[in-house]
Design a protein around this ligand. Structure first.
Ligand SMILES: Cc1cc2nc3c(=O)[nH]c(=O)nc-3n(C[C@H](O)[C@H](O)[C@H](O)COP(=O)(O)OP(=O)(O)OC[C@H]3O[C@@H](n4cnc5c(N)ncnc54)[C@H](O)[C@@H]3O)c2cc1C
Length: 278
């Protein structure tokens, strides 16, 4: 077995690749291992919508985190694209939340006031203004909430750029290396993969919704293992077509689902819709 790397990252999704890149550019030696090529887990399905003011609840820690993240995005994407030499499609198109019920319009107005207290521009617009933004909407639209700060990124492109940028800083990416177990031998963490063992001083489990399947046995130094957030109910089986909205991201504020009243259903407009219909 080769000498230990500083950090072994399990999973080359957007989280694993971003972790590897940020570590590697700070001089940390990194190996990233995945059983698939980079970005082929949940990341390939992501619409890449960056819309914290709609998707996170007011005053929740998630809102603070995602707002801070969005604030970093311009420089982050520019830097990753420049280091990797790869283009990353990223636009601040804004979002348009649609109301077909009076109650929803009232909620939009409350959201507008709350956002304006934070210094965020948002406009509640009438049906005619909504149609100007998105002429293809069906009848019955009463108005909408426009939030210009929101945007989207093509997550697959960003992930591939992150992987390339991490490599430029010396990180090693190992594909087709399904991880079975993390063990500890003579004080070293050993990541057992189908392509042989990898030794590390620390391990980041970034295997997304599969993270819980990785066995951890005989490990005493748990402070050397970090697990990124995983969504247990997320299963992805097939790649989605690349989704590049041209105009604006449209969401339907009236839609309710089993997961709660704030759930959103996103629609892509412009080029993207044409592609999906094709
Ligand atoms: C349909 C859909 C739409 C979404 N839309 C948005 C959106 O608009 N905006 C947004 O912010 N988020 C969105 N998300 C969420 C977003 O896609 C995820 O939060 C993000 O991609 C998670 O990245 P990850 O790197 O943690 O996980 P993943 O991308 O799943 O990466 C995990 C990696 O670990 C690898 N792996 C797993 N087990 C092992 C193992 N034993 N050994 C080796 N490798 C392993 C997998 O192959 C995979 O590559 C969406 C998700 C879905 C499913």
């Amino acid at each position: 077995m080769s000498p230990p790397t500083d950090i072994v990252v399990i999973g080359a999704g957007i989280i694993g690749c971003a972790t590897a890149y940020e570590l590697a550019r700070r001089g940390v030696s990194v190996q990233v291992v995945d059983d698939r090529p980079a970005g082929m887990g949940a990341t390939q399905a992501s619409a890449g919508v960056l819309a914290p003011y709609i998707e996170a609840r007011d005053d929740s820690p998630l809102l603070e985190l995602t707002v801070r993240s969005l604030d970093l995005f311009d420089k982050f994407v520019a830097r990753v694209s420049s280091v990797s030499g790869l283009p990353v499609t990223y636009r601040r198109t804004g979002t348009l939340d649609i109301a077909t019920e009076e109650d929803t319009l009232t909620r939009f107005e409350q959201q507008r006031v709350a956002l304006s207290r934070r210094g965020i521009t948002a406009d509640v617009v009438d049906a005619a203004a909504v149609r100007r933004e998105e002429p293809q909407l069906a009848d019955g639209v009463l108005g909408g909430l426009l939030i210009p700060a929101h945007g989207y990124v093509v997550a697959g492109e960003l992930t591939r750029a992150l992987a390339a940028a991490a490599r430029r800083h010396g990180a090693q990416l190992i594909e087709h290396g399904r991880v079975k177990r993390i063990a500890e031998r003579q004080g070293e963490l050993v990541v057992e993969t189908e392509r042989g063992p990898l030794a590390g001083n620390g391990v980041v489990i970034a295997a997304g919704s599969w993270s819980g399947q990785i066995e951890v046995s005989g490990v005493t130094s748990f402070n050397a293992i970090v697990c990124t957030v995983a969504s247990p109910d997320c299963t992805v089986s097939a790649p989605m077509p690349s989704m590049v909205p041209k105009n604006i991201l449209v969401s339907f504020g009236d839609i309710r689902s089993a997961t709660g009243p704030r759930s959103q259903s996103w629609a892509m407009t412009g080029d993207c819709r044409a592609r999906m219909a094709a």
